[in-house]
Design a protein around this ligand. Structure first.
Ligand SMILES: Cc1ncc(C[n+]2csc(CCOP(=O)(O)OP(=O)(O)O)c2C)c(N)n1
Ligand SMILES: [Mg+2]
Length: 634
């Protein structure tokens, strides 16, 4: 054996490498991989599984229940840590591996680092076809892991041991680069995992990856400041990049110095505390009147760390000024170029600080500032009105708006709400009062809006921030997608509060379906009209399903709340628990929070025999006229 070399299996070398990776930003340094989640099968148990066991002191292992769920845990952890840490995820070959594809897409869409280590079929191909292998007759190099290619920011199949070294370093470069990050997949054939090779000791030594704060090009800042100075109705749109870059203080300083009002995307919600005088709150399809009215008139829109999703832009109808122009401060060139914007390629914090310096002495038109204050005050009244609408008094269960208010109050300044899909994200986006100056109280995964993210997501947040209280808001539909991960939360003794809102089906899609003329078809949990046994006409509408009992059977402490008062008591009683507490509550399916002067492009059937659809199509065509291309160059 050569000097400076150690003979290890590929899996052992990889586990040791992962445990030695560190990340640093602003002089703060820490380990990058908090551990490894996994589910073992023949495709990883003898390779990665053996290595994780041998080095369990170096890289803590956590068993998960569903491979998708464990990727969600890693994504949520990474988001809460502002992308300065994550978990690795190991699976067997075949179904275990492909179960991670949805998680990979979620991470990549949201630009969150996760390292995926799916097992793969033999590099030698000798025993093929192995259990769970997909055979592709015309291409022997294909395996199901090729599904990871479009959803990964870096993909490699390690077919020979020596390949591991380059692959691992490239994986780390991508994971720790804020402009490139997302899911990174290293597919590991099961024979290669167990194969030994001479590993250079340097590969195993501690390695620090520094996240530098990319400064903007000086000319770009001059041009951006010149453009903003010409504006009479400028608007800042704060995205997730503001929070990941820890730029919330820089944002409020820029707003204070210039008087430019701030609207927030889903990922950027909470970038400015809600009681800041220039906070307009949520913008876009799930936005409020303050942000949406000012957006309609804005002449220069300054996007900071946003990827301009259709929810933010109201499907490109939010900004209606004919000459509207965009400045995009973003660490990713891909996003900085959107909407024909003036690209300011930079870290959000440095970009905001330099913009403030370049705009020194300039202040927004007083009329616009007064407008912002008036709209903001009016929106605050509307939020209070909506949250005072009492379902119970109307003889029905509490409304979701009321439930959100209780969670918001319980969460205080630093508690975190976690959510992903259904009607709750839109309601939260509109109603949440953000109080944490670091902008970490609002964790709604709305890039992929993946049902099932909520419970594993809450666990990831709590692992990343044990000092914060975590409140998961999950609908009955989302709960049923991935309830098994509750067992992981129980096993790991993670004290989070899960508010399970049962409205007997997909209230959100039901409302959407009614709005496109399809009467809520297929969105209500009830006995099927096409069921195997003829439907008893006297049967009740609600299915005999007890989700609270389900959660209890999975090991959680469960509180059944029938009223808002019982919800409040349940939330208070959950404090100090040593594991998850599920507060189950039924909510009014139909008394939802309305939309506010916005639109979402969901195409309606152009021809139909149904009157409702024809009416919806006519409304769709009228709304569509407001869609823009934003082609005007800055
Ligand atoms: C994995 C996945 N499948 C489908 C969808 C489409 N979808 C969005 S919301 C929703 C219904 C969610 O139901 P629930 O969690 O009960 O929330 P509610 O709409 O009732 O508030 C569906 C099916 C999705 N977002 N994610
Ligand atoms: Mg529901």
């Amino acid at each position: 054996m050569q000097r400076g070399m150690t003979r290890l299996t590929v899996a052992q070398a990889l586990v040791r490498f992962l445990s030695a990776q560190e990340i640093e930003r602003d002089g703060q340094r820490g380990r990058f991989f908090a551990g490894c989640f996994g589910i073992f099968g023949h495709g990883n148990v003898a390779g990665i599984g053996q290595a994780l066991h041998q080095y369990r002191e170096l890289l803590p292992f956590h068993p998960a229940r569903n491979e998708q769920g464990m990727v969600h845990i890693a994504s949520a952890y990474a988001r809460q840590r502002n992308r300065l840490g994550t978990f690795a995820c190991t699976t067997s070959v075949g179904p275990g591996a492909t179960n991670m594809v949805t998680g990979a897409a979620l991470a990549t869409v949201n630009r969150l680092p996760v390292l995926l280590l799916p097992g793969d079929t033999f590099a030698t191909r000798t025993p093929h076809p192995v259990l769970q292998q997909l055979e592709v007759p015309h291409d022997a190099t294909v395996s199901v892991n090729d599904c990871f290619r479009p959803v990964s920011r870096f993909y490699e199949r390690v077919e020979r041991p020596e390949q591991l070294i380059g692959a691992a370093l490239e994986a780390m470069r991508v994971l720790t680069d804020p402009a490139e990050t997302g899911a990174v997949t290293l597919a590991l054939p099961e024979d290669v995992q167990a194969e030994a090779f001479e590993v250079p000791d340097e590969f195993l030594e501690s390695r620090v990856w520094t996240v530098y704060r990319q400064p903007p090009a000086p000319e770009a800042i001059v041009r951006a400041a010149d453009l903003i100075r010409t504006a009479t109705r400028p608007l800042i749109v704060a995205g997730g990049g503001v929070i990941y870059s820890e730029a919330t203080a820089a944002l409020s300083e820029l707003a204070d110095a210039t008087g430019i009002p701030v609207a927030e995307t889903m990922a950027g919600r909470g970038a400015l505390v809600s009681d800041h005088p220039l906070s307009l709150g949520a913008i876009g399809a799930t936005g409020g009147t303050a942000a949406n009215r000012l957006a309609r008139e804005a002449d220069v829109v300054i996007g900071i760390g946003t990827r301009w999703s259709d929810f933010t832009t109201a499907s490109k109808s939010a900004f209606q000024d004919p000459g509207v122009r965009f400045v995009n401060v973003n660490v990713a060139a891909f996003d900085a170029g959107k909407h024909s914007g003036l690209p300011v390629l930079a870290d959000a914090r440095v970009g905001l600080e330099e913009l403030r310096a370049a705009l020194s002495g300039w202040r927004v038109d007083g009329e616009w500032e007064r407008r912002a204050a008036a709209e903001s005050a009016q929106w605050g009244e509307e939020v209070a009105r909506v949250q005072s609408l009492d379902g119970e008094q109307a003889g029905s269960p509490p409304t979701q708006a009321q439930i959100i208010k209780e969670i918001n109050d319980a969460a205080g300044e630093t508690g975190v709400v976690v959510c992903a899909a259904g009607s709750a994200p839109g309601d939260l986006h509109k109603l949440w009062r953000a109080r944490d100056p670091e902008g970490k109280s609002y964790h709604v995964e709305y890039g992929y809006s993946c049902m099932g993210y909520e419970i594993p997501g809450g666990m990831g947040v709590k692992l990343a921030a044990p000092e914060r209280e975590v409140y998961v808001l999950v609908g009955d539909g989302s709960y049923l997608m991935l309830p098994g991960e509750l067992v992981t939360v129980v096993a790991e003794r993670v004290p989070i509060v899960i508010v399970l809102v049962d409205n007997h089906g997909y209230a959100s899609i039901g409302a959407l379906s009614r709005s496109v003329g399809s009467a809520g078809f297929g969105t209500h949990y009830r006995f099927s009209e096409n069921g195997s046994v003829p439907l008893d006409p006297a049967s009740t509408e609600v299915l005999p399903v007890d989700l609270a009992a389900n959660a209890q059977s999975l090991g959680a402490r469960v509180v059944r709340a029938g009223t808002i008062d019982e919800l409040r008591a349940g939330l208070a009683g959950a404090r100090g628990a040593d594991g998850p507490v599920v507060v189950y509550i039924e909510a009014d399916r139909y008394r939802g929070v309305p939309g506010y002067e916005s639109w979402w492009d969901v195409p309606v059937a152009e021809v139909s025999e149904e009157d409702g659809v024809r009416e919806a199509r006519a409304a769709y065509e009228r709304a569509h006229e407001h869609q823009r291309h934003y082609l005007k160059s800055p």
